[in-house]
Design a protein around this ligand. Structure first.
Ligand code: ASP
Length: 501
């Protein structure tokens, strides 16, 4: 790392910033602390806040009360009050509801602001990065390197997932009773997802799906937040920029760079609110999670977490070590995994609590900047990676499909494993970086290898926590790829942004 600072601290540059920082706890520790505290509070509420607690503050039907549907026996919002559901809230109940709603508001606002910045950052970063490369040969080299490293880590992720599925065989730990219980829990949601997948398949041939990547109206892609289409439009316009008059190109690039920088600065400000938002988001998830149902699928969840852990502590560090030179042109040592992880911690925590790699993107880029990686690399690799490089998602797809095959007793041959792995990578490429985004697409893999698609109900029941974990891997993968591409180019910049390579 350029100077041992984390991604967030680097947003506060200059001597004044350094003085202000001295003797202060760095923001990333606040965020991490908020995550832990949020989890503890959430789990505590989950365990100890029971129906009796609600009754104690005058609430018989908490669902109706929280949705403002049923107060003092009055019926609103189409919910019919029964004797058992009549609420008689006191001031404490209103206080509790206020805190819950305030927490939700803070979390939603935070993620909304991050996503607000994400789309312009994708657009302007890619325009600046592609348009700034200059000649098509360099662009081709940068693109090929980036796609190459994405492919290497994706193949490693699905290979490890397949090995884990075969060795651990988590399906054997699920009793028939637990399977039925898990299936019943989310059966209706699973039906909706199956239907969505069927509709998608019916109205989309492979050609129309490829066609759909290319926006006919880039403004519509921006307006609807279709990140993949925005990426394609930005890359094409970036190429267009390399073909125009130098002076005009420079002017356009200056604008794009300025706007991308402005976006990242904005993120620096938004992230000041991260500790509070992360606390509420984590507490909300932990307090509403069905912890008891998780026990039935504990072996599966542990296998997934083990797989994700292996990617983080073994695959990425090895790839970064093996694919980058030991020393830069000025004799500086290569970034160690520890340095990379330290700088990336804020983005990882955000990924964990938001389950969205798109919302986390601006923070990922800020963290990569703090490592001293050249902007022309991070601005290309990170937005592209957020869209198509999702190793956590690829690994998850393989583990889920093989797990369901195991519990439904569907035998899988070598060809099936290869199909699952390849389709897992494709699903990861096609998934948007949003919470739970890859779940719908899993139906296609299940059908391809004849595993009952309604089994997805079991996955939905346990998905929340695992989505958080795979999003951390997805985001870390983008940073690791940036390190490999940047250091492979032997261009690391110093903290003040000047090139030392
Ligand atoms: N939540 C994941 C992400 O944003 C996508 C997924 O696998 O559902 O990276």
């Amino acid at each position: 790392m350029a100077d041992g600072r984390s991604g967030l601290e680097s947003l506060e540059t200059g001597a004044a910033g350094r003085e202000k920082r001295a003797g202060r706890i760095a923001l990333h520790w606040w965020i991490l602390g908020a995550l832990v505290l949020g989890a503890v509070v959430g789990i505590g509420l989950n365990l100890f806040w029971t129906q009796a607690t609600w009754a104690g503050i005058g609430i018989q039907d908490s669902k109706a009360f929280l949705s403002h549907a049923d107060v003092n026996g009055s019926v609103g919002g189409g919910v019919k009050a029964t004797a058992a559901s009549v609420n008689d809230p006191g001031v404490v109940a209103y206080g509790v509801r206020f805190v819950i709603e305030f927490g939700q508001f803070v979390g939603d606002l935070f993620v909304r602001l991050l996503r607000l910045v994400a789309i312009p950052v994708v657009l302007f970063s890619l325009l600046a990065a592609v348009g700034g490369v200059g000649n098509p040969r360099d662009l081709g080299k940068l693109g090929a390197r980036t796609l190459g490293i994405f492919a290497v880590t994706a193949v490693l992720a699905v290979t490890i997932a397949t090995a884990l599925a075969l060795v651990v065989n988590p399906g054997r730990f699920v009793t028939e009773e637990a399977r039925q219980k898990l299936m019943a829990l989310q059966a209706s949601t699973a039906e909706v997802r199956q239907q969505a997948a069927a509709d998608f398949a019916k109205s989309n041939t492979i050609w129309s799906q490829i066609l759909d990547i290319f926006p006919s109206n880039p403004m519509a892609a921006l307006a609807t937040g279709n990140v993949l289409q925005v990426v394609i439009a930005a890359v094409l316009f970036g190429i267009g920029l390399t073909l125009i008059d130098q002076e005009k190109r420079r002017a356009a690039l200056t604008w794009c760079e300025a706007l991308a920088d402005a976006g990242l600065r904005l993120v620096g400000l938004i992230l000041m609110g991260a500790p509070v938002a992360v606390f509420f988001m984590t507490a909300a998830i932990a307090s509403t999670m069905g912890w008891s149902v998780l026990a039935g699928a504990a072996a599966f969840m542990l296998t997934v977490l083990l797989g994700m852990g292996l990617i983080l502590v073994a695959v990425y560090p090895s790839v970064m070590r093996l694919l980058t030179p030991a020393r830069g042109p000025n004799g500086e040592p290569r970034l160690t995994a520890r340095e990379v992880w330290k700088a990336l911690l804020p983005a990882q925590v955000l990924a964990f609590s938001s389950s969205s790699s798109t919302a986390t993107l601006p923070a990922t880029m800020a963290c990569c900047d703090a490592m001293g990686l050249p902007k022309r690399v991070t601005r290309f690799v990170c937005p592209l990676g957020t869209t198509i490089n999702m190793d956590g998602t690829a690994m998850y797809q393989v583990l889920c499909v093989t797990f369901l095959a195991q519990i439904f007793g569907v035998p899988l041959g070598t060809g099936d494993y290869v199909t699952i792995a390849l389709m897992g990578i494709l699903v990861a490429v096609g998934s948007p970086g949003l919470p739970g985004a890859s779940l719908v697409l899993m139906v296609f893999i299940l059908e391809a290898v004849n595993v009952p698609a309604q089994g997805i109900a079991i996955i939905i029941a346990v998905d929340r926590l695992l989505d958080m974990a795979r999003t951390v891997v997805n985001v870390t993968g983008d940073a690791a790829a940036s390190v490999v591409v940047a250091q492979g180019e032997r261009e690391v910049v110093s903290a003040d942004g000047s090139r030392v390579g």
